[in-house]
Design a protein around this ligand. Structure first.
Ligand SMILES: [Zn+2]
Length: 85
């Protein structure tokens, strides 16, 4: 299942994410759906599981004013969409 920017925006509103940027206190966000992976301790995991590192796919939300970046796990948003979409 794919996510749209509208899905992400609806999810963030539904779960009560604080709209104010924790860095600059503005409320103007851009949602990036490019593929972004968050690796957990990659230097250790690559050794344990060569070729199949543990990773988390995330949706990036960026403050238009100061560039503050937050990540939300894509799986959590997809799960919400399946229940509420
Ligand atoms: Zn900001």
């Amino acid at each position: 299942m794919n996510l749209s920017k509208e899905d992400v925006s609806a999810f963030l509103n539904a779960v009560g994410v604080i709209a104010e940027c924790p860095s600059c206190r503005k409320n103007s966000w851009a949602i990036g759906l490019d593929k972004v992976m968050l690796l957990a301790k990659p230097e250790l995991i690559y050794e344990e599981f060569p070729g199949d590192p543990k990773h988390y796919e995330t949706v990036v939300v960026i403050c238009d004013n100061c560039g503050y970046v937050r990540n939300h796990l894509k799986d959590v948003i997809l799960e919400w969409k399946q229940k509420n979409g």
